[in-house]
Design a binder for this molecule. Structure first.
Ligand SMILES: C[S@@+](CC[C@H](N)C(=O)[O-])C[C@H]1O[C@@H](n2cnc3c(N)ncnc32)[C@H](O)[C@@H]1O
Length: 281
């Protein structure tokens, strides 16, 4: 069997390609296949990776896959690889390279930086709401992501100690930092939040009072908005096993479903937000 035949067999059909997706990789593949058929179909050609891509494309799911969104009740609380343990085990001797952005602390894993970047491209959020600012490094990263994706969006970041936010982040004209104690959900100014343009990407990285906060925020979400809950599942550091079932019920009741495109992109729950990439339905 020739390599050319193999490619044709593996390549997705035109009807598959018509399915709505912001994934543009097929265009590259199509271009190479029509313009460099010989180069891209031989295993010893400099473009042999096209063969590899063809296998990947043939099996990949598209954004419109009916199984993409899943009730949190149907998800297991395991992970192929615990990314939080990975960063903790690393010892972080070189934290200045692994956990920072523009010199500021930014507590995200490389996996999650990629996932957020993809979600921002797909969702194009007009508003990012972050709970847990710390030094402002993550808000600054989100702001720059919006800018580089050409999105006219704004980041609102909330923390108990917003005075600790660094000037570099405070001076960014797409971010506003707010002081709040999330233990008291009445401090959340709903009227103000409701003025913020959609779609929203809400990120919880404060891990405080979630039983009350999740229903409060979910009520303000509109269909299609995202709510990423970082760190809470799998990590007994934050959540005792008894609470996991209680929080699962809260999430389910709040009309949130797990977006497996993001939770499972690197393997089952290989993210700092296992079962925590949630979409309002
Ligand atoms: C893990 S850090 C946030 C890290 C940051 N988002 C990042 O990725 O670099 C958690 C933050 O939650 C804040 N926090 C803790 N308790 C809080 C409360 N009751 N209300 C609001 N923020 C709180 C802490 O001050 C801290 O800055």
């Amino acid at each position: 069997m020739s390599w050319k035949f193999k490619i044709d067999a593996l390549f997705p059909t035109q009807s598959t390609l018509k399915m709505k997706s912001k994934f543009l990789g097929f265009e590259y593949f199509n271009y190479m296949k029509s313009n460099y058929p010989d180069l891209s179909s031989k295993s010893d050609s400099p473009l042999h990776y096209i063969l590899m891509l063809s296998k990947w494309f043939a099996t990949m799911k598209l954004d419109s896959d009916p199984e993409r969104f899943c009730s949190i009740k149907k998800r297991g609380f395991s992970s192929n690889f615990n990314v939080t343990r990975m960063t903790r085990n690393a010892g972080l001797e070189w934290q200045s390279a692994s956990q920072t952005y523009k010199g500021l602390l930014n507590f995200k894993t490389p996996f999650d930086l990629q996932l957020y970047s993809s979600l921002i491209w797909e969702l194009r959020p007009a508003t990012i709401i972050e709970f847990g600012s710390m030094q402002g490094g993550s808000a600054l990263w989100f702001s720059d992501q919006l800018k580089s994706a050409g999105i006219d969006g704004f980041v609102h970041s909330f923390d108990l100690v917003s005075s600790a936010v660094h000037e570099t982040a405070k001076n960014d004209n797409r971010i506003s930092f707010h002081n709040i104690d999330l233990n008291n959900v009445d401090e959340i100014n709903e009227e103000f939040l409701l003025t913020l343009p959609r779609p929203w990407l809400v990120i919880d990285d404060a891990h405080v009072n979630l039983k009350n906060l999740i229903p409060k925020i979910s009520k303000l979400l509109k269909t299609g908005d995202y709510y990423v809950l970082e760190d809470i599942f799998l990590h007994s550091f934050y959540t005792h096993i008894d609470n996991i079932h209680e929080l699962t019920a809260v999430i389910d009741k709040s009309g949130l479903v797990v977006d497996t495109k993001y939770t499972d992109a690197f393997g089952y729950n290989v993210t700092l937000a296992p079962n925590g990439w949630l979409k309002k339905i």
